[in-house]
Ligand binder design. Structure first.
Ligand code: AQP
Length: 345
């Protein structure tokens, strides 16, 4: 049994509009966890600059993502909502973790390989050490649970390795500082629901992503009804009819993706969706999916736009959240400094 108080932490990058992948892979679980856990939700602006961001656009994107958080149902009276750069303990702990994590561990990270592409020499150093900052985001709050999409599983495993190595390397210092047992928890990933990896609407083998150059590849949470319906109509499919059981989705990434999306939006299972649409043409599923997506995402888009028109309100929520987040992170970081052997006044 862990002796750590359960605490949830997660974040999204302000690198563009939130999309259906962010919503189904992470946000739906964030919303649910507010009912049962203390939750801290961050707009990870320092992660965003690991690839170039125009400062003016970044500023707007931070407020837009916050507006989307609120429109989806995150409640600032229950959860802490803030932007990462307002709590300097994230960067400070990340430096300690840069010195704990091993090059060999980071060299295995597939997201760096994908994002850096062929020209690794030109990638920022920040992109390479991104997982160390992510470990610091979580552990600056001693968070125990991290709801994320499937793509973040490897980074979470690294965060666990970093926590473990810190606890081991500094075991004596942790004890001498008066802490019983481990200093950091081993954060658990929460990867839940029928759509933990939503794929591009144009290519069922590629993750739906903010940075895909084709807007047709994703449903943005701010798309209007016509755009949502058009994108679903144009979504790539294969030539066969839909199978009646989930085993029949093997090797059919587009069919798998569309049924998973439908199940997640309807709050049902893939088997239930196939019981309804199996044996039929894709067009039937697409019509129903367009209707469902408009019903679910339309109100979120409208509320996001309403909040975007009131940046003062959104900034106030971030300012308040940053104060509350810092009140938790500051004493934890002070202990880390002592444990590391720094002279602390
Ligand atoms: N396609 C996806 N399916 C399921 N979950 C997803 N997530 C992202 N894409 C999918 C989850 O959303 C959370 C926030 O992600 P992020 O914005 O911090 O980073 P990302 O994974 O890099 O998102 P993108 O859209 O792919 O951005 P770009 O294009 O900038 O790289 C995470 O929990 C993630 O798992």
């Amino acid at each position: 049994m862990s002796s750590f108080t359960p605490r949830v932490f997660s974040g999204m990058q302000p690198t563009g509009n939130l999309h259906l992948g962010n919503y189904l892979g992470a946000m739906l679980n964030w919303i649910k966890l507010q009912e049962t856990h203390e939750c801290i939700y961050c707009v990870v602006d320092m992660h965003a600059i690991t690839v170039w961001q125009d400062p003016k656009e970044l500023r707007k994107a931070i407020l837009d993502v916050t507006a989307a958080y609120l429109a989806c149902g995150l409640d600032p009276s229950r959860s802490i909502i803030f932007n990462q750069s307002q709590v300097p303990e994230h960067a400070e702990l990340a430096w300690i973790f840069n010195c704990v994590a091993r090059m060999g561990w980071l060299n295995r990270m597939t997201q760096f390989k994908e994002k850096a592409g062929k020209d690794k020499e030109q990638a920022s150093v920040g992109l390479y050490v991104y997982p160390n900052l992510m470990a610091a985001d979580i552990l600056a709050y001693k968070a125990t649970h991290v709801p994320v999409g499937e793509d973040q599983k490897q980074h979470l495993e690294l965060a666990r390795d970093i926590a473990g190595k810190f606890n081991l390397d500094f075991a004596d210092a942790i004890r001498e500082a008066g802490h019983e047992g481990d200093f950091f928890p081993q954060p658990e990933p929460f990867i839940m629901g029928p759509a933990t990896r939503v794929m591009s609407l144009r290519d069922g083998t590629k993750k739906m992503s903010k940075s895909d150059p084709s807007d047709l590849s994703r449903l943005n949470l701010t798309d209007d009804a016509d755009t949502i319906a058009r994108k679903i109509r144009k979504a790539k499919t294969d030539a066969d009819s839909l199978p009646s059981e989930s085993a029949g989705l093997k090797g059919r990434p587009e069919a798998d993706n569309l049924t998973g999306i439908y199940a997640a939006l309807a709050g049902s299972s893939v088997d239930q969706v196939l019981a309804q649409f199996g044996g039929g043409q894709f067009s039937k599923l697409k019509d129903a999916l367009a209707e469902l997506a408009v019903a679910r995402l339309g109100p979120i888009g409208q509320e996001t736009k309403r909040l975007q028109a009131d940046p003062g309100h959104v900034e106030g929520i971030l300012a308040d959240g940053s104060r509350r987040a810092r009140a938790i992170a500051r004493p934890i970081m002070r202990e880390v400094r002592k444990i590391a052997g720094f002279v602390v006044f």
